[in-house]
Design a protein around this ligand. Structure first.
Ligand SMILES: Nc1ncnc2c1ncn2[C@@H]1O[C@H](COP(=O)(O)OP(=O)(O)OP(=O)(O)O)[C@@H](O)[C@H]1O
Ligand SMILES: [Mg+2]
Length: 281
């Protein structure tokens, strides 16, 4: 039986002065060890939801429980943030120090972790994100993808059980994007860290265990990528595009390719399916 690490129960959040809630009666359980992608057009409430998971915002009504801790007041913010770290879109806003390893140590210093322990964790996390050779570099010298990996290290050093990535690949080039996604996938697979991956890239979402689609503050769709993206009409009505490989598969079938399996979503799956067809021919 899977175990929920995050429970969002009938949560609403309304910004001061706003006419309607940014998050509107959302309920969602996220399982321990899950990699869940959150999609939705601009303004659908994704970042607001992310901030509710991190106690950067507190629900107007309903409850959010993160690894057994319910964020109700300011006192709960620290224990919630120790459990659930957040990586934002722009690494320049997240990186605070002028030397990579100092940046990585920053959160730990604030938590009052002893200095030998800080040293150990900084070395360990910079290795985990593949940035150990840049420990003494200035973040300014790094590419966008490398900076984002340093931002991940800063979060990882706190040993969170959950990491929320809020469009953390949006500003990166394709190489940086791939690097950061594969880092998140590795942390999920190898360290068992639960990942909430907010993105507007469908090709990233198809790699998740489950996909949640938001529209107008509400959770409109939830399920495996196979299930969610199979409903292309609804996906398009919610302002999203079906993943490229689904459209590509449909185009191949229109042009007379027969025997392509249903629900091929990633480039790897497509390559394998076509390879099988070819070796059968
Ligand atoms: N600080 C704020 N004050 C008032 N309204 C806000 C604030 N931040 C967001 N909103 C509003 O709340 C709604 C949800 O915004 P949110 O940023 O959560 O959406 P999003 O899905 O993350 O969008 P994007 O894809 O552009 O990042 C929008 O209508 C937005 O205008
Ligand atoms: Mg956002």
């Amino acid at each position: 039986m899977a175990e929920a690490i995050i429970s969002i129960r009938d949560v609403c959040f309304q910004y001061d002065g706003a006419e309607k809630p940014a998050v509107d009666h959302v309920s969602l359980e996220i399982q321990k060890g899950e990699f869940i992608a959150v999609l939705g057009r601009n303004g659908s409430g994704k970042s607001t939801l992310a901030k509710l998971l991190n106690a950067l915002l507190l629900p107007t009504s309903g409850e959010v429980v993160v690894d057994g801790v319910q964020a109700k007041g300011e006192d709960d913010a620290l224990p919630v943030r120790e459990r659930c770290g957040m990586v934002f879109q722009n690494p320049d806003n997240q990186i605070v120090a002028t030397i990579v390893e100092e940046d990585c140590a920053f959160g730990l210093e604030n938590m009052g972790v002893p200095s030998e322990e800080i040293r150990r964790r900084v070395d360990e996390t910079l290795r985990a994100v593949g940035m150990e050779m840049y420990a003494e570099s200035s973040p300014n010298m790094l590419s966008g993808g490398q900076k984002q990996r340093v931002a991940v290290a800063g979060v990882l050093a706190m040993r969170p059980k959950i990491i929320v990535f809020d469009e953390s690949t949006a500003m990166l080039d394709p190489v940086g994007r791939r690097d950061v996604l594969s880092l998140a996938k590795r942390l999920n697979r190898e360290e068992g860290i639960t990942i909430v991956w907010i993105t507007h890239f469908m090709n990233e979402a198809v790699q998740a265990d489950r996909v949640a689609v938001m529209a107008d503050g509400r959770l409109e769709m939830l399920g495996t990528p196979q299930k969610v993206f199979a409903d292309t009409k609804r996906i398009e009505a919610l302002g999203l595009e079906a993943p490229e490989m689904l459209a590509f598969g449909a185009a191949l079938m229109r042009r007379g390719v027969k025997g392509l399996p249903q629900g091929v979503m990633t480039v790897e799956e497509m390559a394998e399916a076509l390879w099988r067809l070819k070796s059968r021919a």
